[in-house]
Write a protein that binds this ligand. Structure first.
Ligand code: ZN
Length: 131
């Protein structure tokens, strides 16, 4: 399954699902469904031995890839980095990147993309505790 299902939209929030991540296949981008304004989030799966069909880089957005399950290789410029469930890979905009699943394992990942240098406050400098 790679369908995004909108579950609820209300003033100030949106809830959606891509279903059980253990059975997710393909690629799904969430920006349009969620209406995000500062980040793009996508879910992606590569089957055993499958590789993204292209290398790419970005104009202004950095990306963080979170490997949810499986094993694979990130190709970052000329480096090959082995990844597995739990790996977190941050990639600056200008770095050429490609992802490949190992021959024996599918790879499922979440990619979070935002404008490099745009984070001005975070965690406790942005969060306001309410009682
Ligand atoms: Zn990208």
């Amino acid at each position: 399954m790679n369908k995004i299902e909108l579950q609820k939209t209300a003033e100030g929030y949106t809830v959606a699902t891509v279903g059980n991540l253990a059975s997710f296949e393909g690629k799904a981008f969430l920006k349009e469904v969620l209406g995000t304004t500062g980040i793009e989030i996508s879910f992606g799966t590569l089957a055993d031995g499958e590789e993204l069909p292209f290398f790419h880089h970005h104009k202004q957005n950095e990306e963080v890839y979170i490997v949810v399950s499986g094993e694979g290789t990130f190709i970052l410029n000329n480096d090959e980095i082995a990844v597995a469930s739990g790996s977190v890979v941050k990639v600056e905009p200008e770095v050429s990147r490609c992802i490949k699943a190992t021959d024996s394992s599918p790879l499922m990942y979440i990619c979070i993309q935002s404008k490099a240098g745009s984070l001005e406050q975070y965690t406790m400098t942005d969060g306001i505790v309410e009682q």
